[in-house]
Design a protein around this ligand. Structure first.
Ligand code: PEP
Length: 254
C-alpha cells in the first residue's frame, strides 16, 4: 500500500512573523518538486500563522498549528479555537506532543477531545505518541503506546482516520540529538500499526501515515524514511533553518 511521505516542521516557540517570512522565502524555491513525493507541513507559533499563510496560500506547503483549544469560544483565556485556525488557513494541528503532555499535563482523554474537535472542523490532527526512556527501559513501551493510541484515538470512525496522521516520537530522542536507530524506529512503527489495526481494521492500518520524530536531520532522514512503516517525519530542531530543512526532505525522498 502506497503511503505518501509527510514531513512536518514543528517550530515550537521559535520564529515570530519576521523570521517566519524570512524562512519561507528561503524555503519555497524547490519545494514544489519535493512535494511530488512528500507532503510538506510547517507549524509556526500561532502569531506567525497569518504571516506564513500569506506566503503559502498558493504553494504546495500546508500550514499547521502546534495546538488548539478543545472548546469553541468563550471564557478560555489564552486559547485559540479550531474556527480561528480555519479562518487563518491552518490545515493541520499537532496534538499530544510530549511537551504538551509532560509540561502542561495533557491527558489522553483531553488530547482525544481535541482530536475530535479538530476532525469536526475539517482540520487534520498530527497525533503524537511516544515513550520516555524510563518506560522503554522498564519494558513498558508497548503498554504506553497502547494506552496512548486507544485513549487518544477513542471514538473515532474509520472515515475520521483518513485525516489522521500519527507521529511516533520517543521522548528520549526529542531535542536530544539521540535518534532511535532505524531498526528501533521500524519496530515501534510496526507495533503502532498493529494497534491501529486492532482499533480500526486492516485497511485503515495499511493507509494511515505514521511519522517518526526525534532528532531527525538531513544526515539521517534517508535511512529512517527507508523503513517500511515510517511514512514521514515530525522535525523540531532541524526544521528551523530553511536550506537544511529542504535538504532533509530532499534526502528523505531521494
Ligand atoms: C519534536 O519536537 O517533535 C521533535 C522531533 O524535535 P527534534 O527534531 O528537535 O528532536
Amino acid at each position: 500500500m502506497e503511503r505518501k511521505l509527510i514531513i512536518a516542521a514543528n517550530w515550537k516557540m521559535n520564529k515570530g512573523p519576521a523570521e517566519t517570512v524570512e524562512f519561507i522565502e528561503a524555503f519555497l524555491p524547490g519545494a514544489e518538486e519535493l512535494s511530488e513525493k512528500c507532503d510538506i507541513v510547517i507549524a509556526p507559533p500561532y502569531v506567525s500563522i497569518p504571516a506564513a499563510a500569506a506566503l503559502l496560500a498558493d504553494s504546495v506547503v500546508a500550514l499547521s498549528s502546534q495546538n488548539v483549544s478543545d472548546q469553541d469560544a468563550g471564557a478560555f483565556t489564552g486559547e485559540v479555537s479550531t474556527g480561528m485556525l480555519n479562518e487563518v488557513g491552518a490545515r493541520y494541528v499537532i496534538l499530544g506532543h510530549s511537551e504538551r503532555r509532560a509540561i502542561y499535563g495533557e491527558s489522553d482523554q483531553f488530547i482525544n477531545a481535541k482530536v475530535q474537535k479538530v476532525l469536526a472542523a475539517g482540520i487534520r490532527p498530527i497525533f503524537c505518541i511516544g515513550e520516555t526512556l524510563e518506560e522503554r527501559e522498564s519494558g513498558k513501551l508497548e503498554e504506553v503506546l497502547r494506552t496512548q493510541v486507544s485513549g487518544g484515538l477513542a471514538d473515532l470512525t474509520v472515515e475520521h482516520m483518513t485525516d489522521v496522521v500519527v507521529a511516533y516520537e520517543p521522548v528520549w530522542a526529542i531535542g536530544t540529538g539521540v535518534t532511535a536507530t532505524p531498526d528501533q524506529a521500524q519496530e515501534a512503527h510496526a507495533f503502532v500499526r498493529t494497534l491501529i489495526e486492532e482499533q480500526f481494521g486492516k485497511e485503515v492500518a495499511a493507509t494511515t501515515r505514521i511519522q517518526y520524530g526525534g532528532s531527525v536531520k538531513s544526515g539521517n532522514s534517508a535511512e529512517l524514511m527507508a523503513q517500511r512503516d515510517i511514512d514521514g517525519a515530525l522535525v523540531g530542531g532541524a526544521s528551523l533553518e530553511a536550506v537544511s530543512f529542504r535538504d532533509l526532505i530532499a534526502n528523505a525522498v531521494a
